[in-house]
Every structure is written in structure tokens, then in C-alpha cells.
Design a protein around this ligand. Sequence first.
Ligand SMILES: Cc1cc2nc3c(=O)[nH]c(=O)nc-3n(C[C@H](O)[C@H](O)[C@H](O)COP(=O)(O)OP(=O)(O)OC[C@H]3O[C@@H](n4cnc5c(N)ncnc54)[C@H](O)[C@@H]3O)c2cc1C
Length: 455
Amino acid sequence: MNVEKKLVIIGGGPAGHSAASAAARRGVHVTIIEREILGGAAHLLDCVPSKTMIATGGAMSFTNSLSGMGLENREAEVDVASLTARIESIKDHLSNDVHVLLASQGVTVINGTAKLESKNSVRVDAADGTSFLLEADDILISTGSRPRIPNFVQPDGDRILTTRDCYPPRVFPESVTIIGSGVTGVEFAHMFASFGSKVTLVVSRQQVLPGKDPEVAAVLEDSFLSRGVRLFKGARAVGIERTDLGVRVICDDGRVSETTHAVFAIGSMPNTENLGLEEVGVKTDGGYIPIDRHCQSNIENIYAAGDVSGKLPLSSVASMQGRKVAEQVAGGPKGPHRHLDYDKAASAIFTEPEIADVGLAEAEAFASGRKIRVTKVPFSSTAKALINNDSRGFVKIISDPATGEVLGGSIVGRHAAELISVIALAVTASLKVTDIEESLLVHPALAEALADAAE
Ligand SMILES: Cc1cc2nc3c(=O)[nH]c(=O)nc-3n(C[C@H](O)[C@H](O)[C@H](O)COP(=O)(O)OP(=O)(O)OC[C@H]3O[C@@H](n4cnc5c(N)ncnc54)[C@H](O)[C@@H]3O)c2cc1C
């Protein structure tokens, strides 16, 4: 037990609260300072509200296509007030769960804003107006990130929006231009299209989801086009003007998109200003805090985890980093453990169809000249896809032809985000395709396509 060790955590998002809980469990004395809500921007502003809206949009699309299930079609209409209440209640529920857990573990939670005063002390300006110093053996900076705004635009929260201005939804745009076609951009394009908005997506490259498997990106592009989403490929937004009816987004190739609203989804910036980093000597790079494999900054007892670390900006990664920090602060791993391997992080894109991938991608393997075996099975070959009245998509497994080791995979289709867990486990544990193939899976289930792809 490390009863005397004091860990102070700045920021209560997935990185901060996971570290707090895991460290308290190991006997560390933990204080966490959060200026908004426990659960962080992930629960309040980003991950959870966006997925809640997408789930409601998905339910609407499903209801509007019931005839395929042997039912009469119904036109679902969005009820903005109850959708808003739903987003609020999920956020409150999740944040309260974090409070209850941390309280039960004896973690001190302070509502306030914190910054480093020295390498062993943190200044807290509490929400109750008091200001005080906390001494710390170790400090974790997990202050997250915020949307990046290009310098040619000033979001007004009315027509020119960041992703965080989109909920709770006051009104659904009649038409919207989404600038940025990475994960967040395509999810917002999908979300607004589900609610009936006319969507234009400005895609700076030649495919949506730059860096993802081109075959996967092509399925999503086809789906967008079939739903009437306009794609401005190879175009960069360079200007935006307010008009009588909304906004005009001007692109560098001369194309113009006139819509009632515009949403910027072009990435994020770390929240590392006003944290006293420079004064204390914590190195930054482009605002992010470089870390080693234990999430330590250049100062041994100051850690960084989550979006501020500049690694993968995912809640799941932030939580895992937080747990690794706790382990390190409590004296290092006891027993078998794995170092964080960011190349093995599973990720999902909550569009229609859903997309998920993990590990080595086909294009990446070809580019590096590595020999791989690729097997692809369409969901249409499973009974469950027909029963679900949704045969779209496929499972692709990438393995080493010599050893059979599973190296990666991607899934497009219903429940992709859940199904990828099987491949993620195989990649993390260096399992072989035969391990998946020989698992006795459920029938009828979409997972049967996984076993077929592993054959
Ligand atoms: C639209 C959108 C959708 C997303 N969807 C997903 C998804 O589906 N799945 C997924 O895995 N990831 C998703 N992400 C990414 C995910 O939200 C982030 O990776 C995650 O929130 C990072 O967690 P964090 O702990 O680093 O920071 P955050 O969740 O940003 O929390 C940081 C906290 O620190 C607090 N803070 C900051 N400065 C101070 C200070 N000085 N003093 C006290 N408190 C402070 C903030 O108030 C905040 O609560 C999404 C992101 C966006 C933008």
C-alpha cells in the first residue's frame, strides 16, 4: 500500500477520473480538481451527447423504414424538448456514477480551476471563491481539448457553429455545411442527415476519413450520396460569410456552399494554456505534452494523459492512459502487464453503416511491403443480417500468412463498434485466426461473419 503518496489530478474527464479511481484502489491519496463536471468534456460536450443524438437519429431512420420488417411505415418526428432532456439525463446519470464511485473510494473532488505552482504543488481557484495550494508527490494533467477553429472564422453559436454548439439542439438546421470529413465531420454529417437536414460535406482530400481503409471510406461515401449528402471533394474551406438566410462557405477551388448553418469539425486543440507548464519546466510540443510509455512528461512526477498527451484522441485511450498513470504512481505494475500500444487501439465511427477498425490496415501493410493475408466476408452471408433486414457491410480480417496471427481488421455494418472487440482482443493477445474460427459462436448472429472471415 502507498498510503502516504499524494496524487493531484487536474481535469476529471475519462483520463482524470479513471486515474483517480485506479490510484485510490491502490492506496494512493487522490485529489481531483474539475472546473465543470466529472466525466469531462467527453460526457458534457463531445462523445456522449453526439452519440445520443446519433442514436435518436438512427431510431428515426429505422422507424421510417419499418416496412422492410413486415410493419407499416411510420413517420417519426423529432421532439427537440424530449431529446434535450434525454441528453441531459444521460450526462447527469454518467457524471453522478463517477461521483458516487470516487466518493466511495475516498477521492477528494474539488470543483474549481487548477494550475501548477511548482513541480510539487497545485494552485486551486475553487468555485466557492477560495484559493489554496495542494501539495503533491505526483501530478496528472488531464485537461482535455477543445474544437480547433480556423483563423478566418468566428463561430457565433447561432449559424456558424463548432461541434459543441450543436447540442442541446435548439433547432435542426434546414441545411448545413460540415467543414471537415474526419471522424467527427462524418458523424455530424450522418447525424444531421438522419434528422432530415440537407447536408454538404467539405472533404479536403479525395476521400472522406483520410487515413482509413479506402474500401471502407468508399462504402460510407456511397451511403452519403444515396441519402442526398453532397460531397465537395478536394476542397478546403477558406472563407465564410453570413447571408440573409444563413451562411456561405467559400472553398479554395471556387465552390461555394450556401446553407442555413455551418459546422466546423476540423480537429481539436489541447487545453494547456494557463496551467503554469512553462513556469514549472514541463515541455510542450505544439501545445501538447509529450509523454513516455508511462505517460510521464519530461518531469518525472508530472504525468499527462488523454487528449493533452497528443496521442489518440479517444475516450477509451484516455481512460487506459489514466489507469496506467495510477499503476505507475502506485509503484509500477504488479504482475503481468502490457505497455500501452496505441497501434492496437480499436476505434469506431458511428455513421450509417457503422464502421470500426483495429490494428494493421490493408493499405498500411501494402505500403510497408509486409506480406499479409486478407479475408473479407459480407454480412449478407449470415442469416442474422437477413433477419435484421440489413445486409450491408462486411468483416475484413488481416493476418500473418506464415503464423496465422491476427494483425488487424475492419468491420462495416450494424453493430461494428461492438463486433470489433473480438478482433481487438485477438490483436492485443496475439491470437491466431484459428482461435476465432474455432470459437463456438452464437447462431444466428452477425459474429458468424467473423468466424467465416477467420477461416
Ligand atoms: C464530437 C466528438 C465526439 C467524440 N466521440 C468519441 C467517441 O465516440 N468515442 C471516443 O472514444 N472518443 C470520442 N471523442 C473523443 C473524446 O471525447 C476525447 O478523447 C476525451 O474526452 C478525452 O478525454 P480527456 O480526459 O483527455 O479530456 P476531457 O474529456 O476533455 O476532460 C478534460 C476535463 O478537464 C477539465 N479542465 C480543463 N482545464 C482545467 C483546469 N485548469 N482545472 C480544472 N479542470 C480543468 C475540463 O473541464 C474537462 O472536464 C469525441 C470527441 C468529439 C469532439
